[in-house]
Write a protein of this length. Structure first.
Length: 300
């Protein structure tokens, strides 16, 4: 046995086998999905009860969870990559927000319970798939919150369906095509059938989204003028995943937005929803107050 292990080819085969088994094990663990049992346990003892909903568009299903009063303005959260609706679970239990809004968190296509493993690289298509959610709550103002890759998703929604969007809060958003890192050297091989099966499912979906993202963002360039809703951008200067220059891009491109508020936090990293949730909560409350004031002025 020892003599076999000294053979380089045998060791390489064993290492490859070990890595494959490890990746497959990780695939089962790194789903980022929360089961109904886990969700109920999280909300156990809390005053609110989550409600899960599914919306169908064509052959796709979009899953979301909401808390709060449907008569209030709606805040819809969109996670990054990888992720799921549970990335914003703490916000759905926030007593301050629940007094003012219906809180909805979405599993984007390919993640969570929205066709897990079946990616949707087209931002235009993603916007179309979540449109029924916004239409359901269109009787009240809709404020969209998107973190990381959720940022360009909500921007595309506001570009394509401005009548359904009353505010945008983009948190560390990947929106400037020129600032997308050159990662083709590893993303392209992982995009092929020969290698993509090695990745845990959620990371494969992530790669299938990010690989064509620069082209998707370039396609959006002439559409930024379609955004008319108020916009807040929250960005950290120490973000190693999304360059802070994306905030400058937003300021330059959002020429027709009702107003643009850029919140650039010194030393803050990419993981704002978990490390600095109060920044998002404060931005939501500001948009809610502004929306009520605008509605009151329009009614006069």
């Amino acid at each position: 046995m020892r003599s076999l292990l000294k053979n380089k080819k045998v060791r390489l085969v064993l290492l490859t086998f070990f890595l494959i088994i490890s990746f497959q094990f990780m695939s089962g663990c790194l789903t980022f999905r929360m089961s109904t049992k886990e969700m109920n346990k999280y909300f156990e003892g809390k005053s609110m009860r989550p409600v899960a909903e599914d919306f169908s568009t064509g052959d796709r299903n979009i899953h979301c969870v909401h808390t709060g009063n449907p008569a209030n303005p709606t805040v819809v959260f969109f996670h990054g990559a990888p992720g799921s609706w549970s990335a914003f679970i703490d916000f759905l239990a926030d007593s301050t927000l629940l007094k003012e809004a219906l809180l909805v968190s979405v599993d984007r296509p390919g993640y969570g319970h929205s066709g897990f493993g079946r990616s949707e690289p087209s931002l235009e298509r993603q916007a179309e798939l979540v449109r029924p959610i916004l239409e359901k709550y269109s009787d009240t103002p809709n404020i969209l919150v998107g973190h990381s890759l959720g940022g360009p998703v909500i921007a595309r929604i506001a570009q394509d369906f401005p009548h359904l969007v009353d505010g945008l809060i983009m948190v560390a958003p990947s929106i400037d095509p020129k600032l997308e890192p050159d990662e083709d050297w590893f993303r392209m091989p992982l995009h092929t059938p020969f290698l993509n099966w090695i990745l845990p499912t959620s990371f494969r979906v992530t790669n299938e989204e990010i690989y064509p993202l620069e082209d998707e963002l370039n396609e959006m360039l002439p559409r930024w003028t379609y955004i008319t809703a108020p916009v807040t951008v929250i960005q950290g200067t120490n973000d190693k995943l999304v360059p802070p220059g994306n905030a400058d891009f937003a300021k330059e491109r959002l020429v027709n937005a009702a107003w643009v508020n850029i919140l650039l936090e010194e030393g803050m990293n990419h993981f704002v929803p978990w490390n600095r949730p109060e920044l998002i909560t404060n931005a939501i409350m500001m948009h809610l107050r502004t929306g009520l004031e605008m509605n009151a002025n329009n009614a006069r």
